[in-house]
Design a protein around this ligand. Structure first.
Ligand code: NDP
Length: 296
């Protein structure tokens, strides 16, 4: 059996289109343009690529993009001052601080300085608490994209056995909260989990967010399960030429696709959905700020 490929790229394009249509409507009817401010400290090449891509897609959706590139030696005080300015700016509806920050900066202090209503990454402690207590919040983009793909693929998720591998604050934990909200029976696995293959084998839904290339083996997967691969790992690819590399996920895709019912590829799965959900969150934040109907 070969699994259905979950096409995150195509799904993300649909979301972006819906966002752009809604943005055009509120611009026309209300004269409001959603704005996203992205803050990048330092010159990490991977972060620069993400920030560029976010800015480009924001503009393509008809929204305003405000990029703030700060030097690597930016002080905590200066960064907090910028966040205060963005919090107070009515043309900015979403604020995203690109992580990781240089080590002299206190990530949680910085994230919690963002106005929770503008926290489009959903990492502010208020949004984390609201999500955990089942209240309206800003939902982290990567897990939001994962749950959208799962609902699209499987319909009602209630009663499904879901295993999330990874317990980070940005992926694993909010992913588990969202699956719980969908009435799944959720297990969170991590580096201390005993007999991980057996844990994964009972899952109807597997979400891998580990950060280790090809870690989840094909024979761990229950036949017919849906596999969402969050991992982005760069590995050497000598077959493409000397010094070349390629991206792979946390799941051994070639083996897993022979067992799973459906699976996301890497690249082209979760990645594009994350940015599409960021645009959707920015639009939602803008609608809430102006008392407008939220997009569905
Ligand atoms: P973290 O490093 O913060 O977390 C990794 C998690 O994996 C930890 O909870 C860790 O457990 C667990 N883990 C590590 N080794 C094992 C093991 N041997 N068995 C079981 N669990 C293990 O990573 P992130 O959550 O930030 O990211 C995970 C992956 O997702 C990365 O590849 C990242 O690049 C990717 N990513 C992709 C995004 C996208 O848009 N597609 C967005 C964000 C991340 P413990 O807590 O016990 O240490």
């Amino acid at each position: 059996m070969t699994a259905t490929l979950i096409d995150g790229k195509a799904f993300a394009a649909l979301i972006r289109e819906k966002v752009a249509t809604h943005v055009a409507r509120i611009k026309e009817a209300q004269g409001v343009t959603p704005g996203l401010a992205v803050v990048l400290v330092g010159d990490d090449p991977a972060s620069e690529v993400y920030v560029r891509s976010k800015g480009k897609q924001t503009v393509e959706a008809g929204m305003n993009s405000f990029e703030h590139k700060l030097p690597v030696d930016t002080t905590q005080e200066a960064l907090l001052e910028l966040i205060e300015t963005l919090n107070a700016d009515p043309s900015v509806h979403g604020i995203l601080v690109q992580l990781p920050l240089p080590s002299h900066l206190d990530e949680s202090l910085v994230i919690n300085a963002i106005d929770p209503a503008k926290d489009v990454d959903g990492f502010h402690i208020s949004n984390v608490g609201l999500l955990a207590t089942g209240q309206k919040s800003m939902v982290p983009c990567t897990p939001l994209g994962c749950v959208m793909m799962l609902r699209d693929q499987l319909g009602d998720l209630s009663g499904k056995d879901a295993v999330v591998i990874g317990r980070s604050n940005i992926v694993g934990k909010p992913m588990a909260q969202l699956l719980l909200r969908e009435s799944c029976t959720v297990t969170i696995a991590h580096s201390r989990t005993k007999d991980l293959p057996e844990v994964v084998k009972r899952a109807d839904i597997v979400v891998a967010a580990v950060g280790r290339a090809n870690f989840v083996q094909g024979d761990w997967i229950k036949p017919g399960a849906t596999v969402i691969d969050v991992g982005i790992n760069r590995i050497p690819a000598p077959e493409r030429g000397e010094g070349k590399s390629r991206l792979v996920g946390d799941v051994d895709f070639a083996a897993a696709k022979e067992v799973a019912g459906a699976i996301t590829p890497v690249p082209g799965g979760v990645g594009p959905m994350t940015i599409a959900c960021l645009l959707a969150n920015t639009l939602t934040a803008c609608c809430r700020a102006h008392g407008l109907a939220e997009p569905d």
